[in-house]
Design a protein around this ligand. Structure first.
Ligand SMILES: *[C@@H]1O[C@H](CO)[C@@H](O)[C@H](O)[C@H]1NC(C)=O
Ligand SMILES: *[C@@H]1O[C@H](CO)[C@@H](O)[C@H](O)[C@H]1NC(C)=O
Length: 240
């Protein structure tokens, strides 16, 4: 009986810890073996969700895959994204930590949208920089591997703030990712972020924000964004 009560208490404690959607400092500092406790629990039982443009996967859009995940999420969900251009605008809410976007190893899994500073939002006002992001990561512990994030707003006729990705959640990591835009491509908003073997392209303020990040990345300044040849393969050169 005593054992049972103890077990129940332990169980409730785990639920309490793992279901809290907003993070406190102790979530990030309470570590064993240098790895956050919350993260260790999340990584213990990962789930894979597949997305592809064809019928081979359950989901055809990244958004549909994200919608299938119960909130608040407390385990690693690997969204495996097959080669293809996913014309989507995505927000990963704070209630969906531990999401991984795993692109095709050949590097052709692309999420692209084209909102910019002056795009009018649903409230009738300009989106401005913050809300222009093609992908906005509000959640903690986001990982992207082999992904392309892009914003093509007005390209190549006009330069305006147009974010390809905004990273607001803490402890995000990007491996083998390409970021394409012209102005404000990568909004490293806040938190601890790591960029390994990545490529970031733009012409104006294209890596910015208050993040505390480590970049092991190639950062390419477009020499003359709009004087360059008026083709997608001109100024906004893609590597793939
Ligand atoms: C750290 O985690 C352990 C195990 O879940 C918990 O008992 C302890 O209260 C936590 N400490 C802080 C400062 O949150
Ligand atoms: C975004 O793309 C749509 C569809 O191609 C196009 O109609 C619109 O003009 C574009 N907006 C910007 C700001 O590039």
């Amino acid at each position: 009986m005593v054992l049972k009560i103890l077990f129940l208490q332990f169980f409730c404690l785990v639920i309490l810890i793992s279901s809290s959607s907003s993070s406190s400092l102790s979530d990030f500092t309470n570590t064993s073996n240098g790895i956050d406790l919350k993260l260790q629990q999340a990584e213990a039982d990962p789930v894979i969700v597949k997305v592809s443009k064809d019928a081979s996967s359950k989901f055809k859009t990244v958004q549909d895959a994200l919608n299938s995940i119960q909130q608040p999420n407390n385990k690693r969900v690997i969204v495996s994204i097959a080669t293809g251009v996913y014309r989507e605008k995505i927000v990963i809410p704070i209630t969906l930590p531990f999401i991984t976007f795993l692109g095709d190893a050949k590097g052709n899994s692309k999420i692209t949208w084209n909102d910019s500073y002056s795009t009018i939002g649903s409230d009738g006002k300009p989106l401005e920089t913050y809300k222009s992001a093609s992908v906005a990561v509000e959640a903690d512990y986001f990982i992207a591997i082999n992904m392309i994030f892009k914003n093509t707003a007005y390209f190549p006729t006009k330069v305006e703030q147009a974010v390809a990705i905004r990273v607001t959640g803490n402890k995000a990591a990007f491996y083998n990712c390409l970021f394409y835009g012209v102005q404000d491509t990568l909004y490293d908003h806040k938190g601890l972020h790591y960029f390994k073997n990545c490529y970031i392209q733009g012409a104006v303020d294209f890596v910015f924000g208050d993040g505390t990040s480590l970049y092991e990345a190639k950062v390419v300044l477009l020499p003359t964004a709009l004087q360059a040849p008026v083709t997608d393969a001109g100024a906004l050169v893609e590597l793939n």
